[in-house]
Design a protein around this ligand. Structure first.
Ligand SMILES: [Zn+2]
Length: 377
């Protein structure tokens, strides 16, 4: 361990980004809570972390967004008058994606933050780049959806393709529908999208059947489920794919205690969120860590603070006490960093469910076909 060089980490934040991102209607104040906790633990102190670069996002331009999105839709997103526009319904700017104050600035800074992080990897300035305000995986080419306005995940994959093959792993509770649609599975593709998510009747978003991208987990999914999928299938696929860059969407809405209340995932232990992300980082391939869902701001801050410490090479103690800072009261009642599992039963291990078997077998078959294709090519 001792002689493994520390990873160079780029962390994207600015006061303006945190302020704009904190106005997102689905996650009010969350960005401020996240960055404040990371800072309260001293992780952004570059005198303590010489391998860390904290950078402000370069705002994404109309042209940057049009690398994926349609121009008319980007016009609507970047319109600076906050009044209702005739095209709002057409572009999904209603219901769960309403216009809100400074939407244009929000979109440019959040997508720009993810692109700033991706460019640090692409240009060789960083081994790991972190943009916790990104991860907006539901936004479509010409339509806002599921609390997501512009799809920074897709934009980052497109930027990282300059490095070669890009693996996208989505840990959010919800299916990465727009990312999977943008990069449909094909054995010859140089982008592989893998989305672990919950699926069920009426659960958002609809999941197409038979897609290699989809790894649907039942309610109560816990560390043992993630450990099994990772150990017996997912890591084989990732290694067979031989990525040159990795994007991990670290949505925290599958963690225990989230208001979505579906999975029962936790931070620590084998198969915990920290373990999965640290195993990705152990591949030593340029890796972009993005945020995503997470509707308990305190637990999301815990998760992304812990992941930041892992990326920096000195994982925080999950039993540690939350440092005194402006959002301290939000961390009641435990006031520790850990997000421990609750009591929900993990339905993936029910005797009458073959969900896990099927996922693992599917991943093993995929890994096998990738490996044999590479041998024959
Ligand atoms: Zn989600």
């Amino acid at each position: 361990m001792g002689d493994v060089p520390q990873r160079r980490v780029t962390y994207v934040v600015s006061n303006e980004l945190a302020h704009a991102s904190s106005l997102l209607p689905s996650n009010p104040k969350r960005s401020a809570v996240v960055h404040s906790l990371v800072k309260a633990y001293g992780l952004l102190d570059s005198t303590k972390n010489s391998n860390l670069r904290v950078v402000a996002p370069v705002a994404a331009t109309h042209k940057d967004l049009c690398v994926y999105h349609d121009g008319d839709f980007v016009d609507a997103l970047l319109a600076t008058d906050a009044s209702k526009h005739e095209t709002d319904a057409l572009f999904g700017l209603e219901d769960d994606c309403p216009r809100f104050p400074n939407l244009a600035r929000y979109v440019s800074l959040v997508s720009g933050g993810t692109l700033t992080a991706a460019h640090a990897l692409r240009d060789g300035f960083a081994d790991v780049a972190i943009a916790w305000d990104g991860g907006r995986h539901h936004a479509q080419k010409a339509r806002a959806a599921g609390f997501c306005y512009a799809n920074d995940c897709i934009l980052s994959i497109m930027a990282l393709r300059k490095l070669g093959r890009v693996l996208y792993i989505d840990l959010d509770l919800h299916f990465a529908d727009a990312v999977a649609a943008a990069f449909p599975f094909s054995p010859s593709s140089n982008v592989l999208v893998l989305s672990l998510h919950h699926a069920g009747p009426g659960f958002y978003p609809a999941v197409p059947s038979g897609s290699s991208s989809t790894l649907p987990l039942l309610a109560g999914a816990s560390t043992t489920t993630f450990a099994r999928i990772w150990n017996e299938g997912l890591e084989l696929v990732c290694k067979a794919f031989k990525p040159d860059a990795v994007v991990v969407q670290c949505g925290a809405d599958g963690l225990a205690g989230d208001p979505c209340n579906v999975w029962n995932w936790s931070l620590g232990g084998s198969g915990g969120m920290g373990d999965i992300v640290s195993r990705v980082l152990d591949w030593r391939i340029p890796t972009l860590l993005l945020g995503g869902g997470g509707y308990s701001s305190a637990n999301t801050a815990r998760a992304w603070t812990y992941l930041t410490s892992i990326a920096l090479g000195s994982p925080l103690d999950l039993e540690s006490h939350i440092p005194d800072h402006v959002f301290f009261p939000l961390f009641a009642p435990s006031f520790t960093l850990d997000v421990a599992p609750g009591n929900a039963r993990d339905e993936n291990w029910r005797n009458d469910s073959h969900q896990l078997e099927e996922i693992v077998r599917g991943l093993q078959a995929l890994a096998g076909s990738m490996a044999s294709r590479q041998e024959s090519s």
